[in-house]
Design a protein around this ligand. Structure first.
Ligand SMILES: Cc1ncc(C[n+]2csc(CCOP(=O)(O)OP(=O)(O)O)c2C)c(N)n1
Ligand SMILES: [Mg+2]
Length: 362
């Protein structure tokens, strides 16, 4: 374990600084309860003798061992279809290496394995897994960078099923997914009375799943397939219920159909402040996905050209600003909570806010 090695290095040849140790353990992603257990056990030892770096590693190993199951459940294949192992975790925790280790383990036990390089985000991730696949002599399904990882996993599953492979291991990207993060943060701060106009298309699920609604009539979807309704509807609702927060959420494509300049002009003229969010995935993902469903191996896929990209350099928030609204653009999950707070403050203060969020690319 690398983190144990680095712990030993850090604490060798000096008296233990408990605060520093606590911080190191937390930083190693052990979590608060495990960190406290390790510290407690070490402090008990410290009453008897001086703690060294080796003690730290030993106790950490012991305490971690204690929470692992005594008899691990063996991973066995399913009777007639591939068993899927989806490897998830934050950056730098060894997902790709673990994928390779698992593949090696299964192969050694005479099982068939297929790998899916579903980390289509991090530079060189696909090649890194490719090297492992080659060394281990297992097949790997790869896509292009920025390709939809879910579509790739689906494709890999079909291949595994067709070839009667027992285990499919999908290596995924370790980054935070902005759209879920964004909606989860919004879900935390909206009150029960706020009304959500969910015009998301392929990202509609993130809105539905992450914003809890406990009261009736506080969330709306379109009754049909036509896009462009959410801005106008949010304005109308604000007219009917001036004291409630109206949150319009759409994709970049849907946003265009809603005549946003008219929406913000009306909002300004009639003092109807709403909170609008554009989940910008750089295009019409629905169009791309439906093309792939009809022609999974078609020309469009081969050329990676779906004619569904929208202008990549649009500053959507400026459309709102042109009509006196507050505008902001974000792309980093870390900026989400503060940006939402600023927007809500503006809306409560009487002017609309338009948050342009660059989410996971289609
Ligand atoms: C008025 C209107 N024009 C065209 C369509 C066809 N259409 C369905 S989904 C879609 C793309 C939507 O893009 P976006 O809002 O960015 O959502 P994403 O697919 O990227 O999740 C289009 C053009 C429609 N539903 N309504
Ligand atoms: Mg889109």
């Amino acid at each position: 374990m690398n983190f144990l090695k680095s712990l030993v290095q850090k604490f060798t040849g000096k008296p233990v600084d408990w605060d520093e140790l606590e911080e190191s353990l937390i930083r190693a992603d052990l979590g608060v309860p495990m960190t406290l257990r390790i510290l407690k056990s070490l402090q008990k030892r410290a009453q008897r003798s001086t703690i060294t770096a080796t003690d730290i590693a030993e106790v950490a190993r012991e305490e971690i061992g204690r929470i692992l199951p005594i008899a691990p459940v063996p991973i066995t294949p399913l009777p007639a279809k591939p068993k899927v192992l989806l490897i998830v975790g934050v950056n730098g925790t060894g997902k790709t290496t673990s994928t390779a280790k698992l593949a090696h383990f299964f192969k050694r036990n005479r099982h068939s394995v297929l790998l899916a390089a579903a980390d289509t985000f991090r530079a060189a991730a696909i090649e890194q897994l490719g090297i492992w696949a080659e060394r281990l002599g297992v097949e790997m399904i790869r896509g292009q960078y920025n390709a939809d990882p879910a579509a790739l996993c689906y494709e890999a599953y079909e291949a595994a099923d067709r070839k009667k492979i027992e285990f499919l291991i999908c290596d995924t990207a370790g980054r935070l997914h902005t759209k879920s993060n964004l909606m989860a943060e919004l879900g935390k701060v909206l009150d029960d009375d706020a009304i959500i106009f969910n015009e998301g298309v392929t990202n509609a699920g993130a809105v539905l799943l992450q914003i809890p609604r406990s009261r009736p009539n506080t969330t709306m979807r379109s009754g049909g397939g036509g896009l462009g309704w959410s801005g106008g509807l949010a304005l109308g609702a604000k007219l009917a219920a001036p004291d409630r927060m109206m949150v319009q959420i759409s994709g970049d494509g849907g946003f265009y159909f809603g005549n946003p300049s008219s929406v913000f002009a009306v909002s300004q003229q009639y003092k109807l402040p709403i909170f609008s969010i554009v989940m910008d995935n750089t295009g019409w993902n629905a169009v791309k996905q439906s093309t792939l469903r009809v022609f999974p191996e078609g020309e469009a896929k081969t050329a990676s050209e779906f004619e569904s990209e929208l202008a990549p350099k649009v500053a959507f928030s400026k459309v709102g600003e042109a009509f006196g609204a507050y505008g902001e653009e974000i792309g980093d999950p870390a900026d989400v909570p503060a940006a939402i707070a600023r927007c809500l403050k503006e809306v409560r203060g009487g002017r609309s806010a338009l948050l342009h969020a660059r989410v996971t690319k289609m």
